[in-house]
Design a protein. Structure first.
Length: 210
C-alpha cells in the first residue's frame, strides 16, 4: 500500500531541521533591564518599580520625562542629585538597581567615604580655600591611593618583563624614594686634642658616624 508520507529527497532525517528555541537569560541583577522586569507598585499614588528603595518619608516631584535629576525629595527637602534613568524618573539607587540591595548600606558607605576624605584633608592640612588647587587635589588622591602608589613604585617594575639593567635602576629609584640618604653635618669641639691617643680619636669618629 502506498504511503502519503513525504520522504526527504536526500534521505536525511527531517528531525535535523527542527529549530531549537533559544534560551533567554535573565538580565543581571541591579541593571535597568532587571529593574523593569520586577513590575510596578504604588508609592504615594505614583507608579514606581516594585524593587524601589525610596524612603517612606520621601516625596516625588512631578516627572515631565525630560529632567535629568532623580525625582525623589528627602524629608529634609533636599532633592536627590543623582542622574535619573529616563525610563523611570528615578536614579538606579532609588529604583532598586545597582550593586547593593540595601539603601541604608549604600548611605553608610557614602558617609564612610566622606569621613575618610575629610580625615585625609585634615592630615594633609588642606582646607576649603585650597580645595580647588590641582596640586592639593592630587595630594588627596595620592593619599587615598597610597597602597596603589606603593605597589606601582616597588612591585610594578620588579614584577614586569623589564631587562635586568632596567629592573636594577627601578630598584635603586624605589630605594631612593623610600629610604633617601640624608646628609648630616656634625661638628666636634675638643679642648685638649694633644692628650688623646689615636684609638680615642677613632672611637670619637665612629660615634659621630654611627
Amino acid at each position: 500500500m502506498a504511503s502519503n508520507e513525504e520522504i526527504p529527497a536526500n534521505g536525511e532525517d527531517a528531525s535535523r531541521d527542527l529549530v531549537v528555541p533559544e534560551v533567554v537569560k535573565e538580565p543581571r541583577r541591579g541593571t535597568l533591564a532587571w529593574v523593569e522586569l520586577q513590575g510596578v507598585t504604588q508609592f504615594k499614588g505614583e507608579d514606581v518599580p516594585a524593587s524601589h528603595r525610596i524612603p517612606a518619608d520621601a516625596t516625588l516631584v512631578e516627572w515631565d520625562g525630560t529632567s535629568t535629576k532623580c525625582r525623589v525629595v528627602q524629608a529634609s527637602g533636599q532633592r536627590c542629585r543623582a542622574a535619573a534613568a529616563k525610563a523611570l524618573g528615578l536614579c538606579m539607587g532609588h529604583a532598586g538597581g545597582g550593586g547593593s540591595a540595601d539603601l541604608e548600606e549604600m548611605r553608610a558607605k557614602a558617609r564612610a567615604s566622606q569621613a575618610r576624605l575629610k580625615a585625609t584633608r585634615q592630615m594633609l592640612g588642606i582646607g576649603p580655600a585650597r580645595s580647588a588647587e590641582p596640586r592639593a587635589a592630587a595630594r588627596i588622591r595620592a593619599a587615598l591611593r597610597a597602597d596603589d602608589l606603593a605597589r606601582a613604585i616597588v612591585d610594578g617594575p620588579l614584577d614586569s618583563d623589564l631587562d635586568p639593567a632596567a629592573k636594577q635602576r627601578a630598584a635603586l629609584a624605589a630605594v631612593d624614594a623610600t629610604f633617601p640618604l640624608q646628609l648630616v653635618t656634625a661638628e666636634l669641639s675638643l679642648d685638649d686634642v694633644d692628650s688623646m691617643d689615636w684609638k680615642s680619636m677613632q672611637r670619637v669618629a665612629l660615634s659621630l658616624l654611627g
